[in-house]
Design a protein around this ligand. Sequence first.
Ligand code: FAD
Ligand code: NAP
Length: 550
Amino acid sequence: MATAVKNEIEQLDAVIVGAGAAGLYMLHRLRGLGLKTTVIEAGDGVGGTWYWNRYPGARCDVTSVEYSFSFDKQLEQEWNWSEMMAPQPEIERYMNHVADRFDLRRDIRFSTRVTAVNWDDRATAWTVATDRGDRIEARYCIMATGCLSSPLKPDIKGIDSFTGVSVQTSMWPREGIELEGKRVALIGTGSSGVQSTPEIAKVASHLTVFQRTPTYTWPSMNRPLTAEDIAKVKANYEKMRQTQRSSRVGIAGSFGGALLEPPTAKLLDLPEEERRQKLDEHGFAVTRMFADVATDMEANIVAREMYAEMVRRVVTDPATAAALTPSDYPIGCKRAVVDQDYFVTFNRPNVKLVDLRNEPFEEVTEKGIRTSTGEYEFDVIVYATGFDAMTGALLNMNIKGREGRPLAEKWAAGPRNYLGLMAEGFPNLFTITGPGSPSVLSNMLVSIEQHVDWITECLSYLGANGKDVIEPTLEAEDSWVEHVNTVADGTMYTAPSCNSWYLGANVPGKTRQFMPYVGGVGVYRQKCDEVVAKGYDGFVLDTAKEAVAV
Ligand code: FAD
Ligand code: NAP
């Protein structure tokens, strides 16, 4: 389709890309500053993650009362969550409610994708181009494009030749996919695959799960919320928010839903008999209850053995249990997966596990999938194959900073920025939950709000001090990147046997670099606040160039 190019360049104060939680709240705050702002969103609705990921079983893996906005007290009081961990449709409804309640839609351009973002030194502004021919000049550009919004489709031979239905979990159509009575293939056993497996198994005539790497997953504590639960939360929101903001991962532990602080007891200190008792008492959860599992490989290996024992207790077929048990990478290297009845689903007669390590893919065929042992026929193939995380959406936009330098060039050896918020050479361009911030290692709503508030305060400060431009220094950026790497070193996240999307290891050709900040939400907030208290330490604040040039 030819793109209509509109001749005139629109003049605005700010462009926000993305209408997920981050874009919605950012728009609300920039309106508060009186800035003329537009949001550009590729989807035709709000909610980001919760708009795109409609697969069966999609739900929050942190407590929903905590995975919610804190910026408006009335909003907190008027919204009722139905379950501890709400399902996707409910979170999408919540995002729509927020958009309507704060009248945000009138400033959002839906079904529009940003295709180029260029810094113009003379105009001291960004020019943003879209696939619908928009050209917008704005002093500030705020990327609310999400850490997990650039879907990955695997490079399997013949992938387009399948004549049945092919669907990605992260691009699940709103009208749904008919799975009832169908022969379904599911590729991928990360969070999306693990969440959808039990739900697909319930309705499909047969489900075949293709697994390349087995997953550590822990049973969810989900349950419906009672009127008493809700009343208690509503009476305690203020305290809960304070705890979240100073905590390690942005979670206050409502309903005992998470470990507030890291555990202190050591697994290696327990005699064998006590370990077994703990296993009987706590099941899978025992493998996350000890400090040394996260820091000491010997303890980690013991925890892995306990984990394997739990899989054997649940999965009746020994060969399937063995195939489902991770063995060659540590607990804690990847994002913890939370499930509802994952392992037990493999006891159903209509579910089969294919271990791709023994039986690799050869090709996708017209009728299904051929592995090294033969062809399987399907009606539907579901790809739960993940994302080009943290940098994918940013680099897809063709961002060019000072002197036309592409962000892709600056980040060729991995992302570099200051505080995860701004990169040297890219003035006035902010990344909400960018690489180098706690982002995906936290309850994201807490981290999103913190970044949006920081950016709002920053723009307000610039205005109040007659400044138009903010940009980090190279020194500040270098020392932040070094700090991010230092705190990650020696953790399970960066163990040599770990291949996670945090490291970019899931994307062929992507530089291996640990991207999020491990230091913790509370510590990070303090660091950001200190930078502000010292007059934006590490940043250069300037006036618009044209004032000097004329
Ligand atoms: P997103 O919600 O990803 O929104 C970004 C938006 O930007 C998207 O709508 C996208 O279409 C748009 N966009 C991107 N590029 C462009 C472009 N070039 N032009 C126009 N628009 C563009 N986090 C948690 O803390 N707890 C959870 O339980 C949890 N569950 C998750 C479940 C799933 C299935 C996934 C994928 C992620 C989950 N996350 C969870 C992480 C989740 O992404 C964040 O919690 C949060 O929703 C991110 O919000 P966001 O607004 O930053 O980004
Ligand atoms: P993911 O964790 O990256 O998992 C992708 C899966 O696809 C992996 O099992 C991977 O195997 C497999 N895969 C990829 N390419 C393949 C190929 N060519 N052949 C065979 N298998 C292949 O992605 P995700 O499950 O979408 O989750 C991503 C993140 O989103 C999560 O970590 C989490 O942060 C978030 N999320 C959260 C929830 C929630 O519970 N609320 C739900 C979904 C997602 P390998 O491991 O071998 O690469």
